[in-house]
Design a protein around this ligand. Structure first.
Ligand code: COA
Length: 345
């Protein structure tokens, strides 16, 4: 008897819808991103990270979320900070609360727990009653951050918290569909985000900004050289957003408001303007706009996050979206189990 040939999805599942969600909506053609129906610019202005986490999960705003911070053993932690973050989640698995509100409080406390593991000498000035972004920056940089830096990181975390069904969020939903508990599902998300194609983009932008900083009189010359060599300018263009990347717009606004007077801000803005000019000249047929990674990198630089900690700093934000998707998938209660086609070569 002939086997029935099932429908075969395209490579990378491009263009395939595999979930319904009420958490966020990415409108690539219109250049819009909404969290629970609210435009990302409004969300960034109105929410701190601690308030965003439970709201993303169930749409109910709670003003006073107290981050839950547990002590961790004094292990030799993995040297790779993304691996350390995954191991922290696995450690917390034993004590992770089943109550989702408490789970959200843990997500809010994770930056502090992670900062205590990978940070160096912030303990002496660390204020455990401060907001999570302030505590994280203190632990990572070893000094008390300026309030504008705290607000910039907080805004970045809100903006990076969710982006519909990207690869790591899909991984978390697959884990949730098997009934995996939240901390282990989040560790799966960290593993997928550790790949350079997902969580590594800001590093390329930082390299570009560093190169420009060395010859800050003339960003055009460096950008032109890169383009002549056939290189892409990191932080520009997007596969889904075809007009503007609304996250870049929102973060740019925050960045200029808060750290616009720092030398780094001026350098970043001049580099962006020069790059947009050159890309428009070379590609009049398409829009190559600034993407979110450009201003994410500028914020990291301005608040003193070292290059190695860019991916986990992103992951700490995305825990919010992962938790919301874990909860949504859990409620759906259907195992995700696609098929593979056997081929001999
Ligand atoms: N710098 C220079 N040229 C770029 C470019 C960039 N950042 N992004 C796209 N282009 C050019 C390509 O070289 C190509 O030119 P060609 O037709 O002469 O060969 C053309 O635009 C189309 O490229 P394509 O890869 O089909 O565009 P895409 O929209 O599918 O690609 C990205 C999206 C994100 C992969 C691409 O814009 C890119 O590589 N950007 C830089 C990396 C980056 O910032 N990544 C973070 C994304 S959030």
């Amino acid at each position: 008897m002939m086997r029935e040939t099932p429908w075969v999805a395209p490579p990378g599942l491009e263009g395939v819808v595999v979930a319904d969600t009420a958490i966020s909506d990415v409108d690539g053609a219109g250049g819009r991103l909404t969290y629970r129906g609210q435009p990302i610019g409004d969300v960034v202005r109105n929410f701190r990270f601690e308030e965003l986490v439970p709201w993303l999960v169930d749409g109910v705003r709670r003003p006073n979320v107290q981050p839950l911070v547990l002590s961790l053993p004094l292990e030799p932690w993995p040297r790779d900070p993304m691996a350390a973050l995954a191991v922290i989640l696995l450690h917390l698995g034993d004590t992770w609360p089943d109550d989702l509100d408490e789970g959200c409080a843990m997500i809010c406390g994770l930056p502090v727990m992670f900062g205590r593991v990978v940070g160096t000498d912030g303990d002496s000035v660390w204020d455990s009653t401060a907001g999570v972004a302030e505590q994280y920056l203190t632990l990572i940089t070893g000094k008390k951050p300026a309030s504008v830096q705290v607000r910039a990181l907080d805004a970045y975390w809100v903006m990076a918290a969710e982006h519909s069904l990207n690869a790591s969020t899909f991984a978390v939903r697959i884990a949730a569909s098997t009934g995996a508990r939240l901390p282990l599902a989040l560790a799966a998300g960290v593993a997928v985000l550790s790949g350079p194609l997902h969580g590594g983009a800001p590093e390329g932008v930082l390299e570009l900004l560093d190169a420009v900083a060395e010859r800050s009189d003339c960003p055009e010359a460096i950008l032109e050289e890169k383009l002549q060599r056939g290189e892409r300018l990191m932080g520009f263009g997007h596969r889904v957003y075809r007009s503007v990347d609304p996250r870049a717009q929102a973060l740019r606004e925050v960045f200029l408001d808060l750290v616009g007077t720092e030398p780094w801000a001026d350098l970043a803005v001049r580099t962006e303007q020069a790059a947009l000019r050159l890309l428009a000249e070379r590609h009049p047929e398409r829009v190559l706009a600034t993407n979110v990674e450009f201003y994410a990198a500028a914020v990291f630089k301005a608040v003193g996050i070292p290059r190695l900690l860019c991916p986990p700093t992103f992951a700490l934000a995305r825990m919010a979206g992962w938790t919301a998707h874990w909860s949504e998938q859990h409620r759906e209660g259907r195992l995700i189990r696609p098929l593979a086609r056997f081929r001999t070569s």
